[in-house]
Design a protein around this ligand. Structure first.
Ligand SMILES: [Zn+2]
Length: 240
């Protein structure tokens, strides 16, 4: 087995540092803060049809199952964030104190997005923002501070207006269920909208991954988690 050796200092260390900065190795789970409800919701005020509602959950949703080999194929077939339905232009707030790491970076969720780095090697991504955020990379933000306005993944503001919120490790290789990280009355919030009722069943293990707070983490590029032998509901048209 080839075992590289590195000398401290000099050009070698400089090159190594640069290579590490651009490497895509996921952080070890032990380096990432576990969930302790340390974050808040990305919207203020009372949820409702005119404000914001929970839409698609994080995880093994029926929607992501049906697109597990396409849209979500690189995320183990998992909807790697939480969707909050909201009219376009609803103020989006930082879920925790942190530093703006990216504005319209390379992490998808168009047309506009923001990434904030937090303590514990966690990063939050706010996706499908309507317009480019006015926050700047490097800027410190506080929990609850408005960092953008919500938009629509299909750019129309009438077809699918929602915020896509992700919680990642800082290397952007691991994706975590935001639910146990965010202090909220999820049971009450879930009474309205489709949240918590749209998970794909594996009839061989029908209770697994069926609630908003029991969803698996995802690793970029990992194998599909929901390539079920007996899925329910079946995909439209009989396709699996
Ligand atoms: Zn989403």
């Amino acid at each position: 087995m080839f075992k590289p050796t590195f000398r401290a200092g000099g050009l070698g260390a400089l090159l190594l540092g640069g290579a590490l900065a651009h490497s895509a190795a996921p952080l070890p789970l032990s380096a990432v803060a576990p969930p302790s409800r340390q974050f808040g919701l990305p919207f203020a005020g009372v949820p409702g049809p005119d404000t914001w509602l929970l839409g698609q959950g994080y995880g093994n949703t029926t929607g992501s199952y049906r697109q597990r080999r396409s849209t979500y194929g690189n995320l183990q077939g998992i909807h790697a964030g939480l969707d909050f339905s909201a009219p376009c232009g609803t103020p989006v707030r930082a879920i925790g104190d942190g530093r703006v790491a990216e504005v319209d970076g390379t992490h998808g969720s168009p047309p506009h997005n923001v990434v904030i780095d937090h303590a514990g090697n966690l990063s939050s991504l706010y996706g499908h923002l309507r317009v480019r955020s006015s926050v700047r990379v490097g800027q410190q933000v506080r929990r609850g501070q408005v960092i953008g306005e919500s938009g629509d993944s299909q750019f129309t503001c009438v077809s699918a207006p929602h915020l896509h919120l992700e919680l990642r490790d800082r290397s952007h290789q691991r994706f975590f269920n935001p639910v146990p990280y965010i202090a909220a009355d999820w049971d009450t919030l879930a009474l309205a909208g489709g949240f918590g009722r749209g998970y794909e069943y594996d009839l061989d293990q029908p209770r697994r991954w069926q609630t908003p707070d029991t969803q698996p983490g995802a690793l970029r590029g990992g194998p599909l988690l929901n390539e079920f032998r007996r899925p329910w509901p079946p995909a439209p048209g009989g396709a699996r």
